[in-house]
Design a protein around this ligand. Structure first.
Ligand code: 2AM
Ligand code: CA
Length: 264
């Protein structure tokens, strides 16, 4: 068994165990706190789940580094070596308000190159997973490469906050894309929305601002089905800072950058 297979099997075991704990937590009362603003939620379950991964990874793979949303991992300044990038609950607002539409996202990178990407839809017990070069899977079924549909035949995942997000990029650039698409959807978990692009349930996902733990696993999965992931300026995603993100099949990505967005 190769090194990556062993890491992949452990990661999947832990993600399933963490999911089981999260499903059990539905019966208990949550401790909800806010982070950067009153809408930025974190719960005791986000924190417990992240600690669960960190403990297991540190015990099993002591040389590996960990970047986690809740900050219990390492203080990472470089991507050298093996780095786990973990979002214990992606879509925390959905977790708190809906008890659905959230996921655990786990990615393993080596020297900045994505090797393993796993997204677990906890409520549906659905696992999206990929090892670099071996294709992407939905549970035990191999996912077909993305079909070359055009934007006017597409559903685009996009969050309504794009209307007001204008720190670096003028949100108006998205209006013609929304008009050209067949429809838009917003699910509130970047990891799940990227998993939906991978399985063709939506055909593109566009967002003005994500953190590395939101997209680290999704980016690996999308690459494995022939899709493209970049910033809205057409650059590769940076794994140690916030990024705008557009991911889609190669055809739509090209169509959008030919007709609507400018590369830097
Ligand atoms: P979270 O639930 O882990 O916070 C919602 O559209 C998606 O964007 C979720 O994946 C959410 O992750 C993420 N998100 C919400 N606010 C964000 C912010 N200020 N910066 C980066 N990502 C954010
Ligand atoms: Ca997240």
């Amino acid at each position: 068994m190769s090194n990556w297979d062993e890491i992949d099997q452990k990661a999947k075991k832990w993600i399933k165990e963490a999911g089981e704990r999260i499903r059990n937590s539905f019966k208990m009362e949550l401790i909800i706190e806010t982070k950067s603003n009153p809408d930025d939620l974190v719960t005791n379950i986000d924190k417990e789940t992240e600690r669960f991964f960190i403990e297991n990874i540190n015990n099993t793979f002591p040389g590996h580094q960990i970047l986690g949303e809740e900050g219990f991992g390492d203080n990472i300044e470089s991507l050298k070596g093996i780095v786990w990038i973990i979002d214990p609950i992606d879509g925390t607002m959905n977790f708190v308000h809906q008890q659905r539409n959230f996921a655990i996202s786990v990615a393993v990178y080596e020297d900045g190159v994505g090797q393993i990407g796993i997204i677990y839809d906890v409520v549906h017990d659905e696992l999206y997973h990929a090892i670099k070069g071996k294709g992407a899977y939905f549970n035990s079924t191999k996912i077909e490469p993305l079909k070359d549909v055009t934007l006017n035949q597409s559903i685009v995942g996009i969050n309504a906050t794009w209307i007001t997000e204008n720190k670096r990029i003028d949100p108006k650039i998205l209006i013609p894309i929304v008009n050209a698409a067949r429809g838009t959807r917003s699910y509130g978990s970047a990891a799940l929305e990227m998993a939906y692009v991978v399985t063709g349930r939506i055909n593109a996902y566009i967002t003005m601002r994500l953190s590395p733990w939101d997209f680290a696993a999704g980016a690996i999965l999308i690459t494995e089905v022939g899709g493209i992931v970049t910033t809205l300026e057409g650059e590769p995603l940076h794994l140690l800072k916030e990024n705008s993100v557009i991911c889609a099949n190669a055809n739509i990505h090209n169509e959008i950058f030919t007709n609507y967005l400018k590369r830097k």
